[in-house]
Design a protein around this ligand. Structure first.
Ligand code: NDP
Length: 493
């Protein structure tokens, strides 16, 4: 199937554009093609978005929200079909794909409800017969750049708050997962979203992404992806004085203390390390374990990870799907080789899987290293695959220090039954998300999502915090005294 750009409410055919295949990572099957757009498609999309924004911003927010309710209902109707398509293009197992679509539904409903809130402030004026308030104003056109690992969830985390607040959107989805963007565009059309309110431009990051970041009419950029790309986006966006919201990489850890419920810790680690084949930004890639329980935990972890079935995620018996592409497979393998060379002790996996049906896809065996140095490359860099490094510590203080001593700060977790340790940890762990007695994944859409240090630049997706990204504060003073009153001068203080 040949996917087309969706601009100004139309599917744009442009034979002059080169195309690129979309591949199912589970078996190498070609699912379709996307156009490799050039700067001119971004210019057209920005023009249509700017035109549409003038009238969209004047639609009362509760009416804008009605479109989001309609979108939520359509997502619900199509949940199974969307989940199947998601698994085919991205590879995550079907149960997780359903969960991701549900995240989109939840976000649509949550942001739709914001249409009747979008709270500002009213405050007393220091002067008589004067009223003072602040309101959230839309920024204008929002440029969204999204990765492949949560192709529907991340798009909805960004698009829905932008829309309910009165912005319009130019969106560049990842090349790897354009079908989710196509399906969402069809739903927007069916929900009757006015033309130009959401525009989708397919193509390469360096061309389409750069054109979005540089375009003078796109005033807010919301990016999720790697820290390397995010830094480029921030630099270019900064040059053009844009608001830039970045959600980037992670090197997340589960801390297991000596008093932890090990059954629970085991489950939490398995789910957050090997779910989505380790390709969640919040995936657990380090296990920081107290020396007194290390041996037992690592033995049980190896036994449990051996049972994980690897294969095509459409089969409900499969627990670990493929990684996204050959380059990802090679990158994971590269880090595993470095780990071996640097003396980490490989307990399980460590290899590309090619037996039988796996031969045509991109599969990496669930991999566990132990005795990993906390400062080694394996324990410091984002691998984005099913690989965990076990690091031994002797105290809570040391565990927290090891957790924090990486360049990222997205998610962390502690397993302990001691309330004092738990509260100390939640205060000192330097990450945007902290879990207690759960793995590093599982964020809910109504709290802020994002991280510290190399993971972000202070903004957050999700929750109320997302509204801060897509709005400007406007302060309004209404003087009904009938005379000129001068603040700070006529208040007799
Ligand atoms: P990339 O940084 O490679 O790509 C992200 C997006 O940016 C893609 O759409 C890509 O386009 C585009 N892009 C590439 N180059 C540029 C450029 N020069 N200018 C503008 N846009 C560009 O990340 P991945 O897609 O590989 O996603 C994985 C990464 O995302 C991981 O590091 C992960 O941790 C992070 N992530 C962070 C999350 C968070 O909330 N903190 C959540 C999910 C993922 P193209 O289609 O060409 O690749």
């Amino acid at each position: 199937m040949e996917l087309l750009n969706f601009i100004g409410g139309e599917w744009i055919e442009d034979a002059s554009l080169q195309t690129m295949p979309v591949i199912n990572p589970a078996n190498g099957e070609q699912l379709g093609t996307i156009p490799l757009s050039t700067k001119s498609q971004v210019e057209l999309a920005a023009k249509k978005a700017k035109e549409a924004q003038r009238s969209w911003a004047l639609v009362p927010a509760p009416k804008r929200a009605d479109y989001l309710y309609e979108i939520a209902f359509k997502l619900k109707e199509k949940k199974e079909q969307l989940a199947q398509t998601l698994t085919k293009e991205m590879g995550k197992v079907i149960e997780e794909a359903r969960g991701e679509v549900q995240e989109g539904i939840d976000m649509a409903l949550y942001m739709a409800a914001e249409g009747r809130r979008l709270f500002g402030e009213t405050v007393p004026s220091e002067l008589p017969n004067k009223f003072a308030m602040s309101v959230r104003a839309p920024i204008g056109v929002a440029g969204l750049i999204t990765p492949w690992n949560f192709p529907i969830a991340i798009a909805t985390w960004k698009a829905f708050p932008a829309l309910v607040a009165g912005n319009t959107v130019v969106w560049k989805p990842s090349n790897e997962t354009p079908f989710m963007a196509y399906e969402l565009a069809k739903i927007f059309e069916e929900a009757g979203l006015p033309p130009g309110v959401v525009n989708i431009v397919f193509g390469s990051g360096p061309t389409v992404g750069t054109a979005i970041v540089e375009h003078p009419d796109i005033r807010i950029i919301s990016f999720t992806g790697s820290t390397t790309t995010g830094s480029k986006v921030a630099e270019l966006g900064g040059k053009h004085l844009k608001k830039v919201s970045l959600e980037m990489g992670g090197k997340n850890a589960v801390i297991v203390m000596d008093d932890a419920n090990l059954d629970l810790a085991l489950e939490g680690i398995l789910w957050s390390a090997f779910g989505t084949a380790g390709q969640r930004c919040t995936a657990c890639s380090r296990v920081i374990v107290h020396k007194d329980v290390k041996q037992e935990l690592e033995q049980r972890l190896v036994e449990a990870a051996k049972q994980l079935t690897v294969g095509n995620g459409l089969d409900p018996a499969i627990k670990v799907g493929p990684v996204i592409n050959k380059a990802a497979l090679e990158k994971i393998n590269h880090y595993v080789q470095i780990g071996k060379q640097q003396g980490a002790n490989l307990l399980l996996g460590g290899e590309i899987l090619t037996d039988g049906d796996l031969a045509n896809g991109h599969y990496f065996a669930p991999t566990i290293f132990t005795d990993v140095e906390a400062t080694s490359i394996l324990a410091q860099e984002e691998i984005f695959g099913p690989v965990i490094s076990i690091i031994e510590v002797s105290s809570l203080e040391e565990a927290i220090e090891v957790n924090n001593n990486v360049k990222f700060g997205l998610s962390s977790s502690i397993f302990s039954q001691d309330v004092n340790k738990i509260f100390k940890a939640q205060q000192l762990l330097d990450t945007g998300i902290v879990y207690v007695n759960a793995g590093t994944t599982g964020a809910e859409i109504h709290l802020p999502f994002g991280g510290t240090k190399g993971t972000g630049n202070g903004h957050r997706d999700s929750g109320q915090a997302a509204l801060d990204v897509y709005t400007e504060w406007k302060s309004i003073y209404v003087d009904y005294s009938g005379k000129l009153q001068r603040a700070q001068i006529d208040n007799n203080a």
